[in-house]
Design a protein around this ligand. Structure first.
Ligand code: GUN
Length: 294
């Protein structure tokens, strides 16, 4: 049985650090503010937005939750984003993904002021991550995965990291982050995805395997080398009539069988999820500090 990497406990450590920083900012009359925009009523997105809002309140941040109907038109959403860019009480802006199909998500992301893009999805921030320029924002889930590895004492430098999934939210930025020079980086990174040939052969060569493919229990024992560290980014709702809420949360990793082989593994829930929110709070506090520093 492997060591459990407890995301909730590590997130608490991040919050303890942030509380000190927030108190310092407040002493000088500055309160970090986060705006979260949700278009439509996707139940999973609604739950994420609620958790982000609650965490802002717990930490004493200014939180603005903007819930727009599913038929909101592109121009209306762009206008809301521009208003938030100009709002001095707001330091971070997040538009929950995925938006309804009629919305051009890339155009919305490009409209966010890069200095308020606490999601790290704006092309300017992606470029900075690619170039190794630390002044930009790094997406929250990749940052959370990296912090879990660091806090669990996993050696990243020189390790072979296999990232399963190539999304703009997780896979791609995570690969860039872990191959960056310096602390928390210097890994040898391979990205595999749904079209990769010899996938199991490649994942079995990983010292660190990160599953972000969005398919429940995709990673089985046969994909994992004995002693590997496994990070499960997946949060999939799987129907379960025996549960009161009607579904169960399942990761991208078949936990029971993989935990027999891995040296360390994250649970779902309670692994990467809490860290994503913690990193969003950290990015928001940083956005506030940087906005008033000049
Ligand atoms: N949907 C799932 N994860 C994320 C995230 O990190 N940011 C945004 N904006 N939407 C998401």
């Amino acid at each position: 049985m492997s060591h459990l990497i407890e995301g909730r406990a590590i997130a608490e450590k991040v919050y303890a650090e942030l509380r000190g920083e927030i108190a310092e900012l407040k002493k000088s009359g500055r309160t970090p503010g986060l705006a979260v925009v949700l278009v439509g009523d996707n139940p999973a997105s609604r739950a994420y937005v609620r958790s982000k809002d609650k965490m802002c309140r717990d930490l004493g941040l200014h939180s603005l939750k903007l819930e727009l109907p599913a038929d909101t038109i592109q121009d209306e959403l762009l206008a809301r984003v521009r208003d938030l860019n100009n709002d001095r009480a707001i330091h971070g802006i997040l538009v929950q993904s995925p938006p309804p199909k009629h919305i051009d998500e890339a155009a919305i992301i490009r409209a966010i002021d890069p200095a308020k893009d606490v999601d790290g999805f704006h092309p300017v921030n992606i470029a900075k991550l690619t170039l190794g320029d630390d002044s930009g924002f790094v997406p929250c889930t990749p940052l959370g995965c990296q912090r879990l590895l660091i806090e669990s004492g996993t050696e990243i430098a020189g390790a072979h990291v296999v990232v399963l999934g190539r999304s703009m939210i997780v896979g791609k930025p995570l690969a860039l982050l872990l191959m960056r020079k310096g602390k928390g980086g210097d890994a040898t990174v391979t990205v595999v995805h749904s079209r990769s040939q010899r996938l199991a052969e490649i994942t079995r060569s990983a010292d660190i395997l990160i599953a972000a493919i969005g398919q429940p229990e995709f990673v089985r024992a046969e994909h994992v080398r004995d002693g590997a560290v496994v990070i499960d980014v997946g949060i999939n709702r799987v129907d379960d009539p025996t549960m009161e809420r009607g579904y169960q949360l399942v990761g991208d990793v078949a936990f029971a069988e993989v935990s027999e082989k891995a040296s360390a593994i994250t649970p779902v829930p309670g692994g990467v999820g809490p860290m994503t929110i913690a990193m969003l709070m950290a990015n928001t506090v940083r956005a506030c500090r940087q906005s008033t520093a000049s």
